[in-house]
Design a protein around this ligand. Structure first.
Ligand SMILES: NC(=O)c1ccc[n+]([C@@H]2O[C@H](COP(=O)([O-])OP(=O)(O)OC[C@H]3O[C@@H](n4cnc5c(N)ncnc54)[C@H](OP(=O)(O)O)[C@@H]3O)[C@@H](O)[C@H]2O)c1
Length: 422
């Protein structure tokens, strides 16, 4: 399944044709094309590498011909560079160029150090897309490679090869585009390391007139079966799924991942102020599809219902390790950053919020998100419920803008995604 975040890269860089050409014979490509393939390749790990970053790698021979590609496939397994390089004999690597989306790692973690591995190969240079934000690695991987007499060059600083063996042909526009694609590829990882916060994506299905349910709460189904399948893909690429209590009560959803060949379970967090979902746990469908240790609740500290549900006069709140007892803000809602902090501290580094309208409105009001996925179906639902019903602004200067927007046609539906403009 194509990750929508790579849609523009795929079409604007002519990757369909390029990938066919490199697969059939010697093909000389420039550094931007190699980086584009490496980025596209990296998305192949989207369902399995978290909390590690998505990384892709392409190897070119001394003349700039494509030799191989690889990506980080599964958390804890070989890194992209190793997967691309291990396929090649040493002779082929004489004066080769390694193009990789992230600076090769310097430290020995679950696997060996990629920088040390490359240092011992006869390659001439490494062009890397981003400096690793991880303090144990940052700049050190490049240093190891340079220390072995090889070139280690940040993609944005790459200039034409002095020997003319490579044909970089990068226009400033291409370079800017690839640089933004590199940031998008590593968006979860960069947010985690730059801000010690999880990356948060909102997802909803809407009609053409912006509705996600009728007033009587009927909402199934707005989008087509392929879109709903894609929504399961999204669930598989984020560490935790967040929903509000209203959705659980109205729809009694399973909230699991139903994708052929995908066997992992993600965590689930329910915003459940009065513990109404918690109290009905065993009667609700989701409880059959999630291990208890993977389900988390956020409840209102001041609610008498909550106090009764957890028998707080006997059990201290701290004894429920999967429950966040939280105070509401002045507007009567939970401060979402507190929920995100709770998730981050428990290893949930990326979040997908599926709504419904009350939950999503709060995310918009608090601007507590990084990315939006909106599935838009060609139907009109009239005066139903919208994700922005309770998001109120009085001036166009307060509107939320999206940037780096991508569109994917899914049958007659359109999936839009974009990053919150900050
Ligand atoms: N089209 C779609 O993509 C989509 C997706 C999901 C759901 N839906 C539809 O949405 C409808 C349900 O709407 P809904 O608004 O009731 O659902 P909801 O957002 O799932 O749940 C609302 C409840 O969650 C709690 N809540 C959420 N965020 C909170 C916050 N920041 N602070 C405090 N409490 C918070 C509140 O609980 P309390 O009331 O206990 O205070 C609130 O009433 C259903 O018809 C469902 O089918 C549609």
């Amino acid at each position: 399944m194509m990750d929508i975040r790579s849609q523009k890269l795929f079409s604007e860089f002519g990757l369909k044709q390029l990938l066919t050409e490199v697969a059939v014979g010697p093909k000389k490509i420039n550094i931007s094309q190699a980086m584009a393939i490496a980025i596209y390749e990296a998305y192949g790990g989207a369902q399995r590498v978290s909390p590690n970053p998505l990384v892709g790698c392409v190897v070119l021979d001394s003349h700039g011909n494509f030799l191989s590609k690889g990506h980080h496939e599964v958390y804890g397994s070989a890194h992209a560079e190793i997967n691309a390089l291990k396929k090649l004999d040493r002779e082929k690597l004489q004066d080769a160029t390694v193009v990789v989306t992230l600076e090769p790692c310097a430290h020995v973690g679950k696997t060996g150090s990629c920088a040390l591995y490359i240092k011992d190969l006869p390659v001439k240079r490494v062009v890397y897309g981003l400096v690793d934000p991880f303090h144990l690695v940052s700049g050190k991987g490049a240093q190891i490679i340079k220390g072995a007499g090889k070139e280690a060059i940040l993609y944005s600083e790459f200039k034409d090869s002095s020997e003319g063996k490579l044909t970089p042909m990068m226009s400033a526009k291409e370079k800017e585009f690839i640089s933004s694609q590199l940031e998008i590829l590593a968006e979860n990882f960069l947010k985690n390391f730059r801000y010690s916060k999880p990356f948060v994506a909102l997802k909803w299905a809407q009609s053409l007139d912006g509705k996600m349910a009728l007033k009587n709460y009927e909402s199934q189904w707005i989008t087509n079966a392929q879109s709903r399948n894609y929504a399961h893909y999204l669930r598989s690429v984020y560490d935790v799924l967040i929903v509000g209590a209203g959705t659980v009560h109205q729809d009694n959803p399973k909230l699991n991942i139903r994708l052929e060949g995908f066997d992992l379970e993600r965590k689930l967090l329910i915003i459940d102020p009065d513990a109404t979902v918690f109290k009905s746990y065993d009667r609700l469908a989701f409880s059959k599809y999630h291990k208890k240790e993977n389900v988390f609740f956020v409840v209102d500290t001041n609610s008498s219902e909550t106090s009764i549900a957890f028998n707080l006069t006997v059990n201290p709140p701290g004894s429920f390790k999967n429950v966040l007892f939280l105070h509401k803000n002045e507007a009567g809602f939970f401060p979402l950053e507190e929920i995100h902090k709770f998730c981050f501290e428990r290893g949930m580094k990326s979040i997908l919020v599926e709504g419904g309208p009350t939950t999503l409105s709060q995310y918009l009001n608090q601007a507590a998100f990084d990315r939006v996925y909106a599935f838009v179906a060609p139907v009109i639902m009239g005066d139903g419920l919208s994700y922005s019903d309770q998001f109120s602004i009085s001036s166009m200067t307060q509107r939320l803008n999206l940037r780096s927007v991508e569109k994917l046609e899914i049958g007659d539906d359109v999936l839009f995604t974009g990053l919150k403009n900050i």
